[in-house]
Design a protein around this ligand. Structure first.
Ligand code: ATP
Ligand code: MG
Length: 603
């Protein structure tokens, strides 16, 4: 992970606005409901890269931990091995660390064995669920994994069985579905619902031992097939899956379902506030039921974790779904998960967005219970604001046209002082060289200028920023009529420190010396989709923006030759840029445009 250049500014993130979850936490702190402190968790499933929506959840969970001097566990919700992968575990770990670095990293929950809850008594003996060593080969020993608890979860399931609160069901997935009923029709009970506990225990142990094929049997909670809430109609707790797991290998062929694993993982980790998105609201009664059916807490009296729900972040022109983002990668619509056009944290980081800008954006949106679509301009402005404060100004020309200053000698070097960042209290300057040959931006010249065109035109004058005023004397073309160069004269009396340095002309343009510059590939990104709600389209791949990437060969002032990917720049008049962390090398510079200076889509 690269260090944030603005790490100092990062710790000064402005406080999050109050919201209903923070209010609840504050009341729990006031009444000392959780004497051991506030514990939250961020629980991604490692089935894809994190996206900007996840940033909201990370900043909420880590933010609450930080504000209450508590901790937030990064926990992989890895109960569905079929779609999960170690690559995702690695990327998610790196992305979370990037987003909280310099801000809430000291609130990241750690997983030393001693910090785990004491061993819990098993149903038939004194199984020590935590005796197993931490999974080896995990990229980040500090991350928690639901799979760490497979043994504990299994033992809890045996307890439920013995208490008559769960049963092994032989119905197929389709039959279970058919028995479930609808919103206005109660479900029908399974013919296996009244199996005696001893038989259930035997069958469940044989499920674990691998005696049955996938789908042959499930473990279900015995709740209420007539419950108005469909999630309480004897939901599945375990299913058989003969598939290897990225953490637990082939140790298991029965895997717990999300609802069962989640509340118990929260409980085992001492989570106090389990914060998730609105679609889980209907699951909350099940979350509570499982903890209550197990008569938790087992040992020390302590308040149980509770679930709270908030509305997802939806962003215009952006897809926030790992499944759909995976499709973009698989269909080669982008160059990978970390393509700088992707709304993944990896893509956003590579594009040059500071973590603090992302935090400011998601936190500033607040936390509500209502779904809404956030304007992309809100995000883009947060990025601009952060970069405006932090980025050093540099001169660069994206589409160069050669200008020859006929009254400057070939070996002459006129030093100019350029301001690094006018936003600084005491702005520093650096030397840039003005030479006989310079490049200007091709659209800063018009042979046949439209009305009110104040840049370079035949016979016209323009200021080269920091250098002085030039006048266009002659346009040189080749035999085919293509532009070769513009021959101009420099008014030396308008140079910095000269008597006419503040003579007024209407246009000021950027430039670089043609003999003292470096060449770079510059990647200009635009929105990936042409419509505000691509996910609402019948086929979101059909509304990809064909111009989301343009590559140009640009000329940059020589000081950029040593730019590293952790440094952000404003190329004057062009936007914010950063060296690409993957592809840029000293002998082959590659820059990404993070964002334009102004919203080019606004009408
Ligand atoms: P996806 O549909 O993209 O896979 P998910 O919700 O299935 O998203 P998880 O890995 O389960 O992805 O998410 C981890 C956490 O992030 C969950 O608590 C989830 O509620 C939260 N989260 C996911 N998407 C968003 C979003 N758009 N805004 C806010 N929080 C989100
Ligand atoms: Mg999910």
């Amino acid at each position: 992970m690269t260090a944030e250049p603005n790490a100092a500014a990062a710790s000064a993130d402005s406080p999050a606005p109050a919201d209903f979850i923070r209010d609840v936490v504050a009341s729990h702190v006031a009444e000392q409901r959780y004497p051991a402190g506030i514990v939250t968790r961020f629980p991604p499933e490692p089935n894809g890269y994190l996206h900007i929506g996840h940033a909201k959840s990370i900043c909420l969970n880590f933010g609450i931990a930080r504000e209450n001097r508590g901790r937030c566990n990064l926990r992989f919700d890895d109960t569905n091995p079929a779609k999960e992968d170690l690559e995702y575990v690695r990327s998610i770990t790196a992305d979370v660390r990037w987003l909280v670095a310099g801000w809430a990293e000291e609130n990241l929950g750690l997983k030393p064995a001693a910090a785990r809850p004491a061993a819990l008594p098993g149903p038939g003996g004194e199984a020590d669920f935590y005796a197993a060593p931490a999974p080896s080969g995990t990229p980040d020993a500090e991350a928690f994994f639901a799979s760490d608890y497979f043994e504990a979860l299994y033992a809890f399931a045996e307890r439920l069985i013995l208490a008559g609160r769960a049963y092994v069901c032989d119905l197929s997935a389709a039959e279970i579905e058919a028995h479930r009923g609808t919103l206005d029709q109660p479900g029908r009970v399974s013919p296996f619902r009244d199996r005696p506990p001893a038989e259930n225990l035997d069958l469940f142990r044989r499920m674990r031992a691998g005696e049955f094929p996938d789908g042959a049997r499930t473990l279900r909670a015995k709740i209420d097939m007539a419950a108005p809430n469909i999630w309480l109609r004897d939901p599945l707790l375990y299913r058989i899956r003969h598939v290897a797991h990225h953490q637990s290998g082939t140790a298991w062929c029965v895997y717990p379902l999300y609802d069962y694993a989640h509340c118990l993982s929260d409980y085992l980790e001492g989570v106090t506030h389990s914060i998730c998105t609105l679609e889980f609201e209907v699951h909350r009664p099940l979350y509570d039921w499982i903890l209550e059916a197990l008569a938790l807490p087992l040992a020390l009296p302590r308040a149980l974790p509770r679930q709270y729900e908030f509305a997802k972040l939806n962003l215009a022109y952006t897809i926030v779904s790992k499944r759909r983002l995976l499709q973009l990668v698989q269909e080669n619509a982008v160059a990978g998960w970390d393509d700088p056009r992707m709304p993944t944290l990896a893509g956003i980081r590579r594009r040059g967005v500071p973590a603090a800008a992302l935090r400011t954006f998601v936190t500033g949106l607040g936390v509500t219970k209502f779904d809404s679509l956030t304007e992309i301009a809100v995000y883009e402005n947060a990025v601009r604001d952060a970069l405006n404060a932090a980025a050093a100004r540099r001169l660069a020309v994206l589409r160069p046209v050669k200008v020859v200053l006929t009254n400057v000698a070939g070996d002459e070097v006129l030093e100019c002082r350029a301001t690094d960042n006018p936003q600084d209290k005491n702005p520093t300057t650096r030397p840039v060289a003005l030479t006989r040959e310079v490049f200007i931006e091709s659209d800063d010249f018009a042979e046949v200028p439209p009305p009110k065109y104040f840049r370079l035109k035949p016979g016209g004058e323009v200021r080269l920023k920091y250098a002085g005023i030039i006048k266009l004397e002659e346009i040189v073309k080749d035999a085919a009529g293509a532009l070769v160069e513009l021959r101009c004269t420099l008014d030396r009396t308008t140079r910095q420190g000269e008597p006419n340095s503040d003579r007024k002309v209407k246009g000021t343009i950027h430039w670089v010396s043609a003999t003292r510059c470096v060449t770079a590939e510059v990647r200009l990104y635009d929105r990936l989709f042409t419509v505000p709600e691509p996910a609402a389209e019948p086929d979101f791949l059909k509304v990809l923006n064909p111009r989301s990437l343009e590559v140009v060969t640009a000329r940059l002032e020589a000081s950029l030759a040593t730019a590293t990917p952790d440094a952000r720049f404003q190329f004057e008049r062009l936007g914010y840029f950063t060296a690409d962390p993957k592809d840029s090398a000293p002998d082959r510079l590659v820059f990404n445009r993070t964002i334009t200076l102004k919203d080019t889509w606004a009408k």
